[in-house]
Design a protein around this ligand. Structure first.
Ligand SMILES: [Zn+2]
Length: 233
């Protein structure tokens, strides 16, 4: 329940794999930091240059796999994948795509929790690049400012559109809302299915993963119970 407990800061760059090798860690998903690990030259290429390069490299993967790219069905695949990566499923890597959010005064003086539940999102696991499909529930208690409800949804979608691990997605949404809403009273609950677990690896199609963030006033047994009552089906 305490946020520090769900934020283990393991360093995997360098030699800090807790004495395990990459192979031994295998399918176990490590969570390294709140920030998505990005290179300092991440935005040197324009989006068009990125698409061109990804299309060429993805074409090579198809070649290595032995696919005949002259087939009508496969011909456009490298370009389609490149466009999808840059403009859609990984568009949240680009801060330029972060939703612009206006704050309003809490005119109605509503000072209880506000819960936006069942926000469906699609993300991708950064360890396998296959989909994570889930629902996010986001809640806050106004510090005097409010935002449009659809903006909660948009923030979830923005951070989902990156190669992700669920723990980081949860905390990135929470921290962004903390900043925007100028309050620590934020909760985020995510329940998601990881296709890297369902469709391959251990092939468990029924399990799902739940992660939570209870900040400020939400981090009490009473508030957690209240919130869970609102989101249960
Ligand atoms: Zn995975």
């Amino acid at each position: 329940m305490i946020e520090e407990k769900i934020l283990p800061q393991k360093k995997i760059n360098g030699n800090h794999l807790e004495n395990f090798t990459i192979n031994e860690i295998g399918d176990d998903h490590l969570y390294t930091s709140l920030e998505t690990p990005m290179r300092s030259d991440a935005f040197k290429l324009t989006n068009d240059e990125k698409k061109e390069r990804i299309a060429s490299l993805f074409g090579e993967i198809m070649d290595v796999l032995g696919l005949d790219r002259s087939d009508d069905s496969l011909q456009g695949t490298p370009d389609r994948v490149a466009k999808m990566y840059v403009e859609e499923i990984f568009s949240g890597l680009d801060p330029a795509n972060k939703p612009k959010i206006a704050l309003f005064d809490n005119k109605y003086q509503y000072n209880q929790m506000l819960v936006e539940k069942n926000i469906t999102f699609y993300s991708n696991c950064e360890h396998h690049f296959v989909p994570i499909i889930g629902k996010a529930h986001v809640a806050y208690i106004s510090s005097g400012k409010v935002i449009g409800l659809s903006k909660l949804n948009r923030m979830v979608q923005y951070y989902a559109k990156r190669p992700q691990v669920q723990e980081r997605l949860t905390n990135q949404i929470a921290k962004a809302l903390e900043e925007i809403l100028e309050t620590k009273d934020i909760a985020v609950i995510i329940d998601a299915k990881h296709l890297c677990v369902a469709s391959r690896g251990v092939k468990d199609d029924t399990s799902s993963t739940v992660t939570t963030y209870y900040g400020g006033a939400f981090n009490t047994p009473e508030k957690i119970t209240e919130l869970q009552n609102y989101i249960k089906e």
